[in-house]
Design a protein around this ligand. Structure first.
Ligand SMILES: CC(C)(COP(=O)(O)OP(=O)(O)OC[C@H]1O[C@@H](n2cnc3c(N)ncnc32)[C@H](O)[C@@H]1OP(=O)(O)O)[C@@H](O)C(=O)NCCC(=O)NCCS
Length: 140
């Protein structure tokens, strides 16, 4: 992801989430050395993106979305695999997902993430719990 991608990233973000990240959040992550911001593109247009943060051998997926016209074609799973493939030093991946987001929970389960705990009322604005999911990258 580059700064020039942010108009298209924000359009997908606003279309995908009840509480979208701000442009500044994406920009800050582009400047953080521990953040990984990836885009998937088609004909030079952003159609998917992923933001993650790494600490030693752990990576935390903080954001992932696919343009609504491009869903269910394997893009999200490809982006997650790309995140792991080029970083063989990683051992653990984890994330939080809304309890109601059955689509994303199914995606992560398919990729070998396990539901390990619940963070009560994590999404305070909607009084919604988060499911914490983790994957042992050595168990692939
Ligand atoms: C969740 C999201 C990123 C999935 O992206 P995607 O590119 O459509 O997902 P993929 O095509 O890679 O799907 C991989 C697997 O996820 C599951 N899945 C994806 N979309 C699904 C749907 N609509 N219904 C049921 N399962 C679904 C399936 O197991 C699928 O594998 P299959 O197609 O072999 O059955 C996309 O729906 C999205 O952007 N949603 C809004 C933002 C969001 O919720 N992000 C996640 C935040 S935690």
């Amino acid at each position: 992801m580059a700064e020039d991608d942010l108009d298209e990233v924000m359009a997908i973000e606003i279309n995908s989430f009840k509480s979208p990240w701000s442009r500044v959040s994406f920009l800050n992550d582009l400047r953080r050395s521990d953040a990984i911001s990836l885009v998937g593109d088609c004909d030079h247009h952003v159609i998917a993106y992923l933001v993650a943060w790494q600490v030693k051998d752990e990576v935390h997926i903080g954001n992932l979305a696919v343009h609504s016209d491009w869903r269910r074609r394997g893009l999200a799973q490809d982006m997650i695999r790309q995140l792991f493939i080029h970083r063989s030093y990683l051992r653990w991946a984890w994330l939080e997902v809304r309890k109601s987001n059955k689509t994303a929970r199914r995606l992560y389960s398919k990729l070998g993430f396990k539901e390990i705990s619940v963070r009560k009322n994590y999404y305070e604005a909607e009084h919604e719990d988060a499911i914490v999911m983790a994957k042992d990258l050595l168990q692939d």
